[in-house]
Design a protein around this ligand. Structure first.
Ligand code: GDP
Length: 296
């Protein structure tokens, strides 16, 4: 059976009970387990390295207080460092702007962008009583536009009427204008994705950003794509002003490693988690929950 990191660390370190401080060799052995657990949780290699370095520095020479075992103490250091790296609890979407507030959704095709757009719209409409307009900018995939319209009907949120032949920028401008005239609070722009990051995609997203001047740019990332997700995140944050990350398919990501990688690489807050295919499968992000999952 799989043993969680907490148990493994206690197994290694608790034979040292009674000693005042942890030696470098003790910590070294414990760090091998931390490293292994993070890699099993699919945390990006570079993030694993910097994270274990930080934990090592904190653990070496740390006084073992009498009430806890050395294992428990290192588990606490790992937990606290995880929470600190993962960032702030429940960072809300920011609506401090003159309505209609534009929210730009970016990410690769299949990451869950369209689903997440509708989930967020539903939540804003139901919980915060906001009047939301959604628009799909995916000019190459009429099916994606249709998908958003279908989801809009399902959750009771308006979608911008589809006009064939317009560019992404033209649709974005039309959406913002329609939202303004229609008295909407929020206008959500679901950009086109590609299966891979390419220059045309990035140029289009950047152009839409310039035209729509979004207040939030949410990067949607599939948490099951592991190391690849890190490269995707880096490409997007290099080109557009990402204000937050939404991790999808967290329901399938048993160990929660993607959250740590995303946060460490982008430095952007993780704002929401996608937890199912259903329209109510959207949750706030709580660092300590992810930290506990990684610790096992
Ligand atoms: P897009 O191409 O980025 O717009 O991706 P879609 O929104 O079309 O999502 C692709 C697939 O992933 C669909 O089948 C969604 O139902 C599914 N999906 C999206 N988010 C989640 C999630 O959080 N959990 C699960 N299990 N499936 C999801």
């Amino acid at each position: 059976m799989f043993e969680g990191l907490s148990t493994r660390l206690s197994g290694i370190l608790d034979r040292l009970k009674g000693r005042g401080a942890l030696s470098e060799a003790d910590v070294q052995e414990a760090m091998r387990e931390v490293r292994r657990a993070l890699l099993e949780a699919d945390v990006a290699l570079e993030v694993v390295r910097s994270f274990t370095d930080k934990v090592r520095d904190r653990a070496i020479g740390a006084e073992v207080i009498k009430s806890v075992t050395p294992g428990q103490m290192v588990v606490k250091i790992v937990h606290d460092t995880l929470v600190e790296t993962l960032g702030t609890d429940g960072v809300a979407l920011d609506f401090q702007a003159v309505p209609p507030v534009p929210i730009l959704m970016v990410g690769l095709q299949g990451s869950g962008k369209t689903t997440t757009t509708a989930k967020i719209a539903k939540r804003l409409f139901e919980k915060q009583k906001k009047k939301v307009l959604m628009a799909s900018l995916d000019t190459r995939r009429p099916a994606a536009m249709e998908q958003l319209a279908v989801l809009g009907k399902q959750v009771g949120v308006d979608t911008l009427p589809i006009v064939a032949g317009q560019s992404a920028v033209q649709i974005a401008r039309r959406a913002v204008e329609a939202a303004r005239l229609g008295g909407y609070d929020v206008v959500m722009l679901d950009t086109a994705g590609r299966t891979h990051v390419d220059e045309a995609l990035m140029a289009e997203v950047a152009e839409v950003e310039r035209a729509a001047k979004p207040h939030e740019v949410l990067l949607v990332v599939d948490s099951l794509t592991g190391q690849d997700a890190v490269n995707v995140a880096r490409s997007f944050t290099g080109r557009v002003n990402v204000t937050g990350v939404v991790l999808t398919r967290v329901d399938g990501d048993g160990r929660g490693g993607a959250a740590l990688s995303m946060r460490a690489v982008t430095g952007k807050p993780i704002k929401l988690l996608g937890t199912s295919e259903k329209m109510d499968g959207l949750e706030d992000f709580h660092p300590s929950r992810i930290a506990n999952r990684i610790l096992g």
